[in-house]
Design a protein around this ligand. Structure first.
Ligand SMILES: [Zn+2]
Length: 245
């Protein structure tokens, strides 16, 4: 199922980079997704040739195209304040907001043996999430709370932040990001006992469409022992969330 879907992307995205200004994104799955923010796969959909260009090439192409967008909007790029914007945007996209698309930027994570025999859950809460909605390219900001029960491996605490940040730094859907973080933690920590809760504000909800300023979106991935109600409630108590009905 997963493989079929990925193959599907290959077919649809097989135009090649020479035609980068006429990208064919004709996958019907994406046509009806629209505002619904429904994810169809745990993998971020990437072109097969995603890393054939260098970051410098990418910045150059983005700069050219963003300039066109600004000109199309009628902006005068001779203005001192605007002239540098296409270059700034290209750096912002490649080096910051979307650097998590490139596996080369994945944080190197080393785990340690759990010498203290601490076998309770470890919770790291209020990890900053700075992401971008892939449907509108507007900010998604909030907090992630992650927990694991050690299977014998432990991880440096700041590495939890780095893993969250890596998956946040790409055009995202909150549901997918939550699962991606959980799956990565499972692999790194060699345990199924992982919980991830993300609470975020979508600027595409507050600044357009329904224009709701106060709502936040909550997503969760409970795995292994966290599927057990008592364990899950202990975790939710630590992060001060009561998600019971
Ligand atoms: Zn959106």
């Amino acid at each position: 199922m997963e493989t079929n879907r990925l193959n599907g992307h290959k077919e649809h995205f097989s135009q090649g980079l020479n035609g980068h200004d006429t990208l064919l994104i004709d996958n019907p799955e994406y046509d009806f997704m629209g505002d619904n923010h429904i994810s169809t796969s745990i993998e971020t959909p990437m072109r097969e040739d995603a890393f054939m260009l260098t970051d410098e090439d990418k910045r150059e192409i983005i700069e050219t195209h963003f300039k066109q967008i600004m000109l199309t909007l009628g902006l005068d790029l001779n203005d001192d304040s605007l002239s540098g914007t296409p270059k700034r945007i290209s750096k912002l996209f490649v080096n910051e907001l979307f650097k998590g698309l490139n596996p080369a930027n994945k944080p190197g994570i080393s785990v340690f043996e759990n010498k203290f025999n601490y076998n309770q859950m470890l919770v790291e809460k209020n990890i900053s999430v700075r992401s971008t909605c892939e449907h509108h390219f507007l900010p998604v900001t909030g907090k992630a709370h992650v927990a694991y029960i050690s299977s014998g491996k432990v991880i440096g605490l700041s590495k939890l932040n780095r893993i969250v940040d890596y998956f946040a730094r790409r055009p995202q859907i909150q549901e997918r990001m939550t699962v991606q973080i959980a799956e990565e933690l499972k692999q790194v920590l060699e345990t199924e006992d992982i919980a991830v809760v993300v609470e975020a504000k979508h600027h595409c909800v507050s600044t357009r469409g329904i224009e709701d300023d106060s709502s936040t979106t909550l997503t969760a991935s409970y795995n292994g022992k966290f599927k057990d109600e008592r364990t899950r409630e202990e975790f939710l108590r630590y992060i001060s969330l009561d998600l019971r009905k």
